[in-house]
Ligand binder design. Structure first.
Ligand code: PEP
Ligand code: MN
Length: 260
């Protein structure tokens, strides 16, 4: 991990005012760069898929609490709605992070999302790799968003592993299979900073710790990690969310010092 990694932390999805106010406070006191305020959750089967538009006020609330919000966007209008909710309320150095998730592999949407996000210098865009192994496709996502004029200085890449197939060797039962070398070579090839996602690769609290510690050996530029004050009752990904205390333990194990 680089010396001053970018830290994106917070619940898998935004659920309640209480949950998010705790996240803003805990993240703020630790100098976390972006708090997850995730409003649109793609789901494999029908289930809670986020507060959607009715949660936009939580983005405003994050900015008013002095923390930078980050969220997955599925469509270009999600970006404009998030920009309207956040940008007028940001502190002077504040930023908004939007990301294209692993399931969003429609290049027309990727390009439009990037085009809208490019319009304000305070908006950063992160791209997660697709769920199947294909470095050409992954590099293609980066090319698409740069091609519409999104500035490279505001772009992040995120490695979230690939979905395992039954023939994969996976004795630890990680949720996703990782190939750290492929993430590092994509960082080299694209010149875009590479964030690591120990939550969706790990899939369970012990495995999030394992993934975090394994990734610390590599030159990642930051992490995105799911943290909930009451993981057991989380509406999405409850098995893999850490408490804020476990977050502190993992940061110590990964030798990441809190920011001032
Ligand atoms: C997420 O980061 O919230 C997420 C759903 O991850 P991915 O798109 O990598 O599956
Ligand atoms: Mn999740």
């Amino acid at each position: 991990m680089v010396q001053r990694p970018i830290i994106i932390a917070g619940p898998c999805s935004a659920e309640t005012d209480e949950q998010m106010d705790i996240a803003f406070r805990e993240a703020g006191s630790r100098g976390v760069d972006f708090v997850r305020v995730n409003l649109w959750k793609p789901r494999d089967i029908p289930a809670f898929d986020g507060l959607k538009e009715k949660g936009l006020y939580l983005l405003t609330r994050a900015a008013q609490a002095g923390v930078n919000p980050g969220l997955e966007v599925m469509f270009p209008d999600h970006v404009s709605m998030a920009m309207d909710a956040v940008l007028p309320h940001l502190k002077p150095e504040g930023k908004l992070l939007v990301w294209i998730g692993a399931r969003n592999q429609n290049h027309f949407l990727q390009r439009e999302i990037a085009r809208v996000a490019s319009q304000d210098p305070r908006v950063m865009l992160m791209v997660k790799n697709q769920p199947w192994p294909n470095d050409k496709h992954w590099e293609g996502i980066i090319s698409h968003v740069l091609d519409v004029g999104f500035p490279k200085e505001r772009l992040l890449n995120c490695y979230r592993g690939i979905a395992p197939s039954p023939s994969d060797h996976n004795p630890e039962e990680f949720r996703n299979i990782v190939d750290f070398e492929s993430a590092m070579s994509m960082k080299q090839k694209t010149g875009v900073p590479m964030i690591f996602d120990p939550s969706h690769t790990g899939g369970s609290v012990p495995n999030v710790f394992r993934m975090g510690e394994m990734s610390a050996e590599y030159d990642f530029d930051g992490i995105i990690i799911e943290i909930h004050h009451d993981p057991e009752h989380a509406l999405t990904d409850s098995k893999q969310q850490l408490t804020w205390q476990q977050f502190d333990e993992l940061m110590e194990k990964m030798h990441i010092a809190p920011k001032q």
